[in-house]
Design a binder for this molecule. Structure first.
Ligand SMILES: [Fe+2]
Length: 189
């Protein structure tokens, strides 16, 4: 994912209630999707997501909850026209996602904790193998995005000792798309 910014300890400065900010954010995302090509949408959303991520009452206790050892997704908003989905993802301490790429575009922000993202490139000469090419740490307030029109093979890892929480805006209806994973490239041992 391309990193948009890194605003350590970012907090919403407008003082607006989450109930006000969320509808405004959703209207903005809808307008961006209707106006711009899909390849441009995730980077445009990245300009607006900090206002949502910085709200102290962004998520309910249920949307921050973990049941089990795997990372967990909670619905925040599902566009009735299937244009986009907003999810909260809770990452247990120490967890790694599989190395994967995606079916659709994504913009995400870190609400709590830290996520280490490792970017991979497919090794064309060795069937299915990938090579790590870079790594970046996304801390509270960090916003990142990926376009579906470019290679986006990555792994997400919570390197901390406490759960991390992120909020994701995905293209499409995640309930109809299913897991937003195009391909699993390898597993961590
Ligand atoms: Fe991913």
């Amino acid at each position: 994912m391309q990193k948009f910014n890194n605003l350590d300890n970012f907090k919403c400065e407008c003082g607006s209630k989450f109930e006000v900010i969320l509808p405004e954010f959703l209207k903005t995302v809808s307008a961006l999707i209707s106006t711009f090509p899909p390849a441009d949408v995730p980077s445009l959303i990245a300009h607006y997501l900090p206002g949502l991520v910085g709200c102290p009452d962004l998520l309910t206790p249920e949307q921050r909850s973990l049941n089990g050892l795997d990372y967990q997704k909670h619905e925040v908003f599902l566009c009735p026209n299937d244009k986009f989905s907003v999810l909260a993802v809770v990452w247990p301490a120490g967890i790694y996602s599989p190395i994967h790429d995606h079916k659709t575009w994504c913009t995400f922000g870190v609400v709590e904790g830290e996520i280490r993202e490792t970017i991979y490139e497919e090794n064309k000469s060795e069937n299915g193998d990938v090579t790590a090419v870079s790594s970046m740490d996304h801390r509270v307030g960090s916003i990142a995005h990926m376009s579906i029109n470019e290679s986006n093979i990555h792994c997400m890892h919570n390197p901390g000792t406490d759960p991390a929480v992120t909020i994701h805006v995905y293209g499409g209806n995640f309930k109809k798309i299913g897991a937003n994973v195009n391909k699993i490239y390898a597993t961590h041992t």
